[in-house]
Design a protein around this ligand. Structure first.
Ligand SMILES: Cc1cc2nc3c(=O)[nH]c(=O)nc-3n(C[C@H](O)[C@H](O)[C@H](O)COP(=O)(O)OP(=O)(O)OC[C@H]3O[C@@H](n4cnc5c(N)ncnc54)[C@H](O)[C@@H]3O)c2cc1C
Length: 462
């Protein structure tokens, strides 16, 4: 094994959202930094996750707009067809621009780039392509991979991962989505709008179980109106390929089988532990254990982003990367990930931050819930985007907000304001001193806050 005569302050393994931010931050703090990436910069988020899924779902929104245009007095031919090759070309253009942008950022910050699989050696250096790089600190940012379940037939090539489906060059006639979490509903709705007959299979009693129940119900209604079928309480036990691979048959415990051309397996993600194959670090259920400084059980090593399983979201990964870099360069900072907004970019969107109503009821004796529906919001009415609501969960004793749950067009943007409000931790009457422009969708947030403490004006008196 060769040794490159380099001695780095920080080596980052993985160039996804957590890794590239960590590398840039460490360099900005004066460090000599290297980053190692085995596939493409931007990681899952840019290449097979956040960005491609949103490019697809923008098409879904355009299609919905086309269908609604007549109501607004615009006469268009409501029939449409999808050029899947152009959809993928467009997605690739967006992804390439962003991936190239990450590389340029790293270069402009004088970060040394290595392509290959990075592994930490027993001596706690980093090996890549047969060479050993020496360093003072290592930041593992290797992210996560698609999770598989141990079920007969699951390895069939007709069962795709989210990575595979992001580059599919045809539109399946019938698509089964195994798992009704964030990825399942986003991809399912996108392919349904492209013309696939989509059904979603969920093991539990509701889709998107991590979100507030009201959002689950509203989204289920939308998806069913869009033509998707949702099977809840379905437990997959076997996948069978039809003759000549002409489709698959999904078998369930105590349920009739269902047939499809292909399936998307979207049942979660598991950490990529490839950097630590030669060393031991403390793990918890396959995730690298870290404290709030992103320190692992080894003082030389930090772990950030999906690989520590703390919050598997890109914006949380950015923040963790920054904090690890600060600490690797001699700082002493912790990260507070108690307030992390999360969106689902279906059409309409879902947004959440803070405690759900159920979680708040478990934790506090006295809570109140405020709600304002977009059907009563002037901007929503003016645009026709009247589906959904803003729901605010408040501690009735302190009048402080515990959680926001939104469903509607553009709520993926409004959730950022909700995040600010939770961070500043004001009592609701003080929040009501903050004016909102009129007419805006954001006024629904103001009204829901008012409703949560009985100060509403634009709702009928109870
Ligand atoms: C379909 C889908 C949609 C999503 N949508 C959203 C969304 O809308 N919003 C959101 O916030 N999050 C979303 N996510 C989650 C988000 O993509 C992840 O939370 C985020 O990418 C995590 O960043 P990361 O840097 O920890 O890991 P990753 O993005 O997984 O990056 C890790 C990188 O490390 C590299 N690597 C791994 N091992 C090694 C090694 N040994 N040597 C060198 N390189 C290595 C990998 O090739 C990869 O590039 C989505 C995920 C999926 C799958």
């Amino acid at each position: 094994m060769g040794s490159l005569n380099q001695n780095y302050d920080v080596i980052v393994i993985g160039g996804g959202p957590s890794g590239y931010v960590a590398a840039i931050k460490a360099s900005r703090l004066g460090g000599k930094v290297a980053i190692i990436e085995k596939k493409k910069f931007g990681g899952c988020c840019l290449n097979n996750g956040c960005v491609p899924a949103k490019a697809f779902l923008h098409n879904t929104k355009v299609i919905k707009d086309l269908k609604r245009a007549k109501e607004n007095g615009i006469i268009v031919d409501p029939t449409y067809s999808i050029d899947i090759n152009q959809v993928m070309k467009n997605k690739k253009k967006i992804v390439d621009k962003l991936v190239g942008g990450v590389k340029e950022l790293l270069e402009s910050n004088n970060v040394d780039i290595f392509y290959g699989e990075g592994k930490i050696t027993k001596e706690k250096d980093v090996e890549v392509n047969g060479n050993v790089l020496k360093c003072k600190k290592i930041i593992i940012a290797s992210g996560s991979q698609v999770n598989k379940i141990n079920i007969e037939g699951i390895d069939s090539e007709l069962v795709l991962t989210s990575d595979d489906i992001m580059s599919l060059d045809y539109i399946p006639k019938k698509l089964a989505v195994i798992g009704g979490g964030v990825i399942g509903v986003e991809v399912g709705q996108a392919f349904s709008s492209f013309g696939s007959d989509v059904f979603i299979i969920q093991r539990g009693d509701r889709i998107i179980p991590n979100m507030d129940k009201d959002i689950s119900e509203a989204l289920r209604q939308t998806l069913e109106e869009d033509g998707l079928t949702i099977y809840t309480d379905y437990s997959l036990c076997k996948v069978e390929e039809k003759e000549n691979k002409e489709g698959i048959i999904l078998h369930f415990t105590d349920r009739e089988p269902l047939e499809a051309d292909i399936a998307l397996l979207s049942i979660g993600r598991k950490c990529d532990l490839s950097p630590i194959e030669h060393i031991e670090l403390e793990l918890n259920r396959g995730k690298i254990v870290v404290n709030d400084k992103m320190e692992t059980s080894d003082e030389k090593i930090y772990a950030v982003g999906d690989v520590n399983g703390y919050k598997m979201l890109a914006h949380a990964a950015f923040k963790m990367g920054e904090i690890a870099a600060i600490n690797a360069m001699g700082g002493e900072e912790g990260v507070d990930l108690s307030i992390v907004p999360a969106n689902i970019y279906t059409v309409p969107e879902c947004g959440t931050v803070g405690l759900t109503e159920d979680e708040a009821r478990e934790k506090y004796d006295n809570i109140s819930v405020g709600k304002f529906e977009f059907k009563d919001n002037p901007r929503a009415l003016a645009t026709g985007y009247t589906e959904g609501f803003v729901k605010v969960v408040t501690n009735a004793d302190t009048k402080k907000i515990l959680g926001f749950h939104l469903y509607g067009f553009g709520v993926g943007e409004i959730i950022n304001e909700c995040s600010v409000l939770l961070n500043v931790d004001l009592e609701v009457p003080k929040i009501l001193n903050i004016l909102h422009g009129h007419p805006t969708f954001g006024e629904a947030l103001y009204e829901a806050c008012a409703h949560s403490v009985g100060l509403e004006i634009n709702l009928p008196k109870k």
